[in-house]
Design a protein around this ligand. Structure first.
Ligand code: Z5A
Length: 208
């Protein structure tokens, strides 16, 4: 069986990943491919339980290392149940956040050493990486404003603006290191402009 294609969407809070995930899925389906849409943390029953713990546990109850291990636990289950089987039958998997988020949030944001994250990445993913990542980049202040008012702030949303600047810088570092895989889109632009740039990226990969 042919291996499918693994696409991940990244960015700070409120950058538009969920909005554009559906759009990207539709564009690719129109080219005749089967799409699986998922998200992290989450995507499986166990993963969604872990997500609940990560987003809503009282801060004092979860250390940075515990957070990191929970994220990779959810990822391990997600890979086994959803991502690897879909790729094995040639589907396109679109995932709202993946391991770049770990380097940006737990590495850049929380200060966990890159080597520790890399060790877990190798253990859990065994070399599997996204084929294409779209980074929706924007000033975190705008993203937080967009996302604000939806509901009470979760554990991440309660972090300081400095935390989100470190996260953004973490993402931009990855994009600089891996320009072929990570395509950066200015997410502060109007939705129609962002979507036109997405179409260009997908067209260049023969995906629409
Ligand atoms: N996390 C982690 O720490 N480590 C990891 O490894 C992973 C995750 C995988 C949950 O993620 C948390 O998990 C996350 C990091 C952590 N916390 N934070 N921050 P999530 O992806 O579920 O949470 P999120 O980033 O908070 O998602 P979000 O707020 O839903 O953001 P979004 O999906 O990027 O944005 P959206 O919902 O599509 O758009 C937000 C609003 O803006 C909405 O009203 C849109 O209509 C509007 N919007 C979108 N685009 C535009 C444009 N271009 N113009 C105007 N308005 C727009």
């Amino acid at each position: 069986m042919s291996r499918g294609l693994f696409i991940t969407l990244e960015g700070v809070e409120g950058a538009g990943k969920s909005t554009h995930a559906a759009f990207i899925g539709k564009q690719i389906e129109q080219s005749g491919r089967t799409v699986t849409l998922s998200r992290e943390p989450g995507g499986t029953r166990a993963g969604e339980d872990i997500r609940e713990l990560l987003l809503h546990a009282r801060d004092a109850g979860v250390s940075a290392m515990t957070e990191l291990l929970l994220i990779f636990s959810a990822r391990s289950q997600h890979l086994e149940e959803i991502i690897r089987p879909a790729l094995a039958v040639g589907e396109v998997v679109i995932c709202d956040r993946f391991t770049d988020a770990t380097y940006a949030y737990q590495g850049g944001g929380r200060g966990i050493a890159t080597d520790q994250i890399r060790t877990l990445e190798a253990l859990v993913q065994g070399g599997l990486k996204p084929d294409l990542t779209i980074l929706f980049d924007m000033d975190p202040a705008i993203g937080l404003q967009r996302a604000g008012g939806r509901s009470a702030a979760d554990r991440f949303e309660s972090e300081s603006i400095d935390f989100f600047h470190r996260v953004r810088n973490g993402y931009l570092r990855i994009a600089e290191q891996e320009p072929d895989r990570v395509k950066v889109v200015d997410a502060a632009q109007p939705i129609a402009v962002v979507q036109a740039e997405i179409i260009e990226i997908l067209t260049a990969r023969g995906l629409c």
